[in-house]
Design a protein around this ligand. Structure first.
Ligand code: MTE
Length: 348
């Protein structure tokens, strides 16, 4: 079977948003419509059910294309629960095209330019993959990715992603709530924070080997337990109905939509449940610029980027698409209660 790398996929093969949305609407339509397989095929031929496995493989991240994805992994993707049709789990705002979501990235392990992660991640290994679970939990251990994913139904969510650099995207993620995974580890009453770490693969991650690297690897992030258990906090294993490309944090990454993008740590290999607040990469590097909380807040400016406006990608020559930034990135109703007694300018 011909398996293509993402870089080989011509733009014409990447599902345009209208078709993508139509396919999702169709799936949401329910089982009765599934009987009309011919109708489905004519709406979105490249994603007809029988061919879905092939389509997914065609867009699989490089690490998975070289060793064809394990059957269990492919099976997980055969039955994705479509996005619900309402906020907060689904925004009807226009999706950022696949090309931009997968070619304009921050993943410093591969380099500091936005194009480095997609251009320099072809050797990245994502199979086998396991996550070390440590600290204040009744069930610590090393969990293989298959065991992590097995009990969870995959669902789609369409979230806004707001970077502290004042750009934003709208991304259809595939994954499951972090809370559902955390419950399986049975945190003790002393677990007040959870710390996450990204893999170090020095041989496949040129940014780690670079003498100009500014980060003290591994990349680290953390959440308070109530934040980690919030209904919006998501572990993504895919996007645009397919596997997560290496540059977006394959095979598993965090998505915290009301916080600046740097909290959404990629390619997770360790979770540590702790009593005390963990150190985090950007806070350690420049505490006056990057807080531990990093809640999107149009009133608290970063020294180099105003935070009351954002550039919604993609931009064109004719339109900069600048829109106002919303408190908690528009997820105020779901998250504001967690910070009601906090001074958001102090705990930025
Ligand atoms: N995770 C790791 N391990 N390394 C990184 O450099 N960058 C963060 C975050 N997660 C980063 C990371 C930043 S700054 C942003 S804005 C988001 O990933 C970008 O996610 P995306 O490239 O999928 O849009």
């Amino acid at each position: 079977m011909l398996i293509k790398k993402p870089s080989d996929i011509p733009p014409s093969e990447i599902t345009p948003e209208s078709v993508y949305r139509a396919r999702r609407e169709f799936m949401r339509g329910g089982a009765a419509l599934l009987a009309g397989g011919a109708l489905f095929s004519s709406m979105a031929p490249s994603m007809a059910f029988g061919q879905q496995g092939d389509a997914l493989k065609a867009a699989a991240p490089p690490g998975l294309t070289r060793t064809p994805p394990a059957a269990w992994w492919e099976e997980k993707f055969e039955d994705i629960r479509p996005a619900p049709s309402e906020e907060p789990l689904y925004t009807a705002e226009a999706l950022t095209p696949y090309q931009d979501v997968t070619r304009y990235n921050n993943f410093y392990e591969f380099g500091m330019d936005k194009s480095d992660p997609s251009n320099r991640s072809s050797a990245f290994q994502t199979d086998p993959w396991s996550i070390e679970v440590e600290g204040e939990v009744a069930r610590p251990g090393t969990y293989h990715l298959e065991d992590i994913l097995k009990p969870h139904d995959l669902e789609e969510r369409v979230y806004r992603l707001r970077c502290v650099e004042a750009w934003s995207m709208v991304i259809p993620w595939i994954g499951f709530p972090l809370a559902d995974l955390i419950k399986r580890f049975e945190p003790t009453s002393r677990a007040r924070y959870v710390e996450f770490e990204t893999v170090i693969q020095s041989d496949t991650m040129p940014g780690i080997r670079s003498p100009f690297a500014i980060v003290d690897w591994p990349y680290r992030e953390g959440l308070r337990m109530d934040e980690a258990m919030n209904e919006l906090t998501f572990l993504a294993v895919g996007l645009y109905g397919s596997f997560l490309p290496a540059q977006n944090g394959a095979p598993i990454r965090l998505v915290v939509p009301w916080k600046y993008g740097f909290k959404s740590i990629k390619s997770i290999v360790r979770m540590n449940f702790r009593e005390t607040q963990p150190n985090t990469t950007w806070n350690d590097l420049q505490a006056n610029e990057y807080g531990f909380y990093a809640n999107v807040n149009p009133e608290v400016h970063h020294p180099r980027w105003r935070q009351d406006m954002e550039r919604r990608l993609p931009q064109t020559l004719f339109s900069r698409r600048v829109i106002p930034t919303r408190l908690f990135n528009g997820y105020e109703e779901q998250v504001a209660h967690m910070y009601k007694d906090m001074d958001l300018a102090r705990y930025y």
